[in-house]
Design a protein around this ligand. Structure first.
Ligand code: ADP
Ligand code: MG
Length: 675
């Protein structure tokens, strides 16, 4: 059975199951969906005269000569081998593999899999995969490469999966008429192909079949949810509180804010449930709109909830809301993961009885069974951080309440349509007056000294600095700057005259809060961090952002990070460091140096990188798909939406007409609820 424990698979005992659990593999289905993240395609046999310098290929060679092992610096051992493909002579360079000296024999035939270079007039392979003649079949086939966890190698992973495949059949989900229409394999055929492919074409077709299956389930789940919830909402049209806020503000709303506020007011006043996404660049002033909308809900006799992706951000919203709303008699409370149990019960009790009007919090809000008499509005800030379905879960708490989603990540229109379905979108494209662009410079390694000197001068003005690193701890495989080592270097050596703080995602929420508060209070002048500061943090005195290895981040992330500075009246700077001098990398970072318009940056980045990377990785949180990739597979998503709409409209998703599909959608809903 596909839902049985992996321990039912031969070869998997308690110990192995423990290890696989770290990869979230617990049932047979998880194992089958542990798909190769790449393949080594050995089916293209080449000779040296037709060497492919851009791709890994297979070369059949005979060993002519073994060189001596040479000891280079730092324990690096190099051994060179001379080989021939029958016509030309080439070299193999192996680092730190002394055992190969015994394994490889003069005159024997080997298959090399790799990408050669021209070196001193010869073809040279560095660390190719080497198969013996006995392994010819494996050498000339397609080898799946799996994600692994410590203690489980490629061979074992492959064996477990093959054992699972011989035990079970994957149930079909996509109806036969759709498979025929789009030329898709059944789920079972597709899974088998991906684990044991004959050709890369077969891999593509199999992958597309599974993506379609996944996206169809996703669309049907979304559609079913919308149907269940209906369109009926509350009428919230009292303006007293929001007017009072507006007249007390030290600034006027920008045109973009004004237009979005008009949209929100219309939606809230109508008996139709509001379903609105407000997108606007970092610093465009979305928060005040959330406060206005929540005040409108309260004035109309309802309660409101606001959810932020991080504790820091939730706390900040809480403090701002508290200051703004308490004088007006509106009671605001904060609920996060670090709220003590007794306090938590008290807050929830207040919310339930109506002694609290507005509840602000983090994900913790999802986990609680929130019970309130009249939740009129839920606001989700920085939506892109959450899974789409998580937002659905929040909404279940009160199915008639209006919904406002705020994001600084511009969502391309085409994507918005498939992902948000019947969501209305307001875009704020104007920035508050007087907001100066952050002066952005891109530097290489040679510019580091100058940059440190600049930071030093900047600190002398009494302002503060953010320093962002791509890693927390040093990783010997990656020559990147790690927050912990930069922290030590800055604190002990480079900037020892200043207070240096460190913040990253592995700290507890309490630690993070303490560091943030110290930075806010200017106890630290320099804050070394990872991207945890990406969203929403607001320290007006911090006006210099320095990013190490900026090429390792998506432009969206960098743009968000840059939004942390330039929040006050002072001129703000952003220095992007990158050791990567490739043209493409320089071009990408150059976009940030030229523009401060998030929408423009998104478009340019998509042109350069084909979209996917704008949001960083697949796990960006827009939706966590097991197989599909929102950007690469956008077309498939469109078809899935068309077919899903047709199925729902026809009322065909039921046990008698589409039992397999229904089972698939229900399993899908179950699965995403669990994450
Ligand atoms: P974001 O859209 O990134 O969430 P915020 O709502 O945090 O932006 O606003 C950034 C800063 O701009 C806040 O300090 C806020 O008070 C200020 N702000 C918002 N709207 C205006 C405006 N119309 N004019 C001037 N400052 C504004
Ligand atoms: Mg914000």
């Amino acid at each position: 059975m596909i839902h049985s424990s992996i321990k039912t698979i031969s070869g998997i005992g308690d110990k192995t199951a423990e290890k696989l659990k770290k990869m979230h593999i617990t049932v047979v289905e998880d194992l089958l969906y542990t798909l190769p993240y790449r393949y080594e395609d050995g089916t293209h046999l080449r000779d040296f005269a037709h060497a492919d310098f851009d791709h890994n290929r297979t070369y059949r060679v005979r060993l002519l000569k073994k060189g001596n092992i040479r000891y280079l610096k730092k324990g690096l051992k190099l051994q060179q081998f001379t080989v021939t493909d029958g016509v030309d002579v080439g070299e193999i360079a192996l680092f730190n593999m002394p055992f190969m000296d015994r394994k490889l024999r003069i005159d024997d035939v080997y298959y090399l899999y790799g990408k050669p270079k021209y070196f001193k007039g010869k073809i040279q392979f560095t660390g190719p995969k080497i198969y013996t003649e006995d392994e010819k079949k494996a050498a000339l086939s397609i080898t799946p490469i799996y994600p692994l966890v410590e203690g489980i190698g490629q061979g074992s992973m492959k064996k477990y999966i093959q054992n699972a495949l011989s035990d079970v059949e994957v149930p079909s989900i996509v109806p036969a008429y759709l498979r025929k229409r789009y030329g898709l394999l059944t789920e079972d055929e597709a899974i088998r192909t991906l684990h044991r492919p004959d050709s890369m074409e077969a891999v593509n077709r199999a992958r597309q079949s599974l993506v379609f299956s996944e996206f169809l389930c996703f669309q049907l789940a979304l559609g079913r949810f919308d149907e269940k919830r209906g369109h009926e909402g509350f009428v919230m049209d009292h303006e007293e509180l929001s007017d009072a806020i507006l007249s007390g503000l030290p600034f006027e709303l920008t045109d973009g804010q004004e237009a979005a506020w008009e949209d929100i007011k219309d939606d809230m006043a109508s008996p139709r449930r509001m379903e609105r996404l407000v997108q606007g660049d970092v610093g465009s002033g979305k928060t005040i709109l959330a406060f206005l909308a929540m005040a409108r809900a309260v004035a109309s006799g309802y309660q409101a909830m606001m959810m932020a992706p991080t504790e820091i951000l939730a706390r900040q919203h809480y403090e701002d809301a508290f200051q703004l709303l308490l004088p007006l008699g509106v009671r605001v409370e904060l609920l996060t993961g670090s709220t003590k149990p007794a306090k938590r019960r008290e807050i929830l009790d207040h919310f339930k009885t109506g002694a609290c009007d507005i509840l602000i919090g983090t994900h913790a809000l999802f986990e609680e069974d929130i019970d309130a008499e009249r939740i009129g509005l839920t606001v989700t800030d920085e939506q892109h951080r959450f899974g789409v379905m998580q937002r659905e879960r929040l909404q279940e708490k009160q199915s008639k309440s209006d919904r406002l989603i705020m994001t600084a990540t511009p969502i391309p229109r085409s994507l918005g349509i498939v992902m948000y379905g019947n969501t209305d979108i307001s875009s704020i494209r104007t920035m508050p007056k007087g907001r100066k662009a952050v002066e952005t410079t891109v530097i290489g390694d040679e510019g580091l000294e100058g940059a440190y000197a600049f930071i030093e001068r900047f600190l002398q003005t009494g302002q503060q600095v953010y320093v962002v690193c791509p890693l927390i701890e040093e990783n010997p495989d990656l020559s990147l700057h790690a927050a912990e080592s930069v922290y030590r270097y800055f604190k002990r050596t480079r900037f020892k005259r200043y207070g240096v703080g460190l913040i990253h995602g592995q700290q507890s929420p309490e630690e993070k809060n303490a560091v943030m508060e110290a930075f806010q209070a200017n106890d630290y002048q320099i804050l070394i961090s990872t991207t945890v500061i990406e969203v929403g943090v607001n320290v007006v005195n911090a006006n210099l952002l320095f990013v190490f290895d900026a090429d390792r981040f998506g432009l969206a992330t960098l743009h968000q990070l840059r939004g942390r500075v330039g929040r006050g009246d002072n001129k703000a700077y952003c220095i992007l460091h990158s050791s990567n001098r490739s043209l493409k990398s320089q071009q990408r970072l150059g976009i940030l140096a030229q523009s401060s318009d998030g929408f423009y940056i998104a478009e340019e980045d998509m042109k350069l990188r084909g979209g996917g990377d704008f949001f960083g990785t697949r796990q960006s949180g827009i939706a966590n798909f097991r197989v599909g990739d929102l950007f690469e597979d956008m077309d498939i998503m469109r078809y899935a939406k068309i077919e899903s709409d047709a199925i729902l409209k026809g009322g065909h998703l039921n046990v008698s007409e589409e039992p397999d599909l229904l089972a698939g959608v229900e399993a899908y809903e179950e699965r995403i609820r669990g994450v």
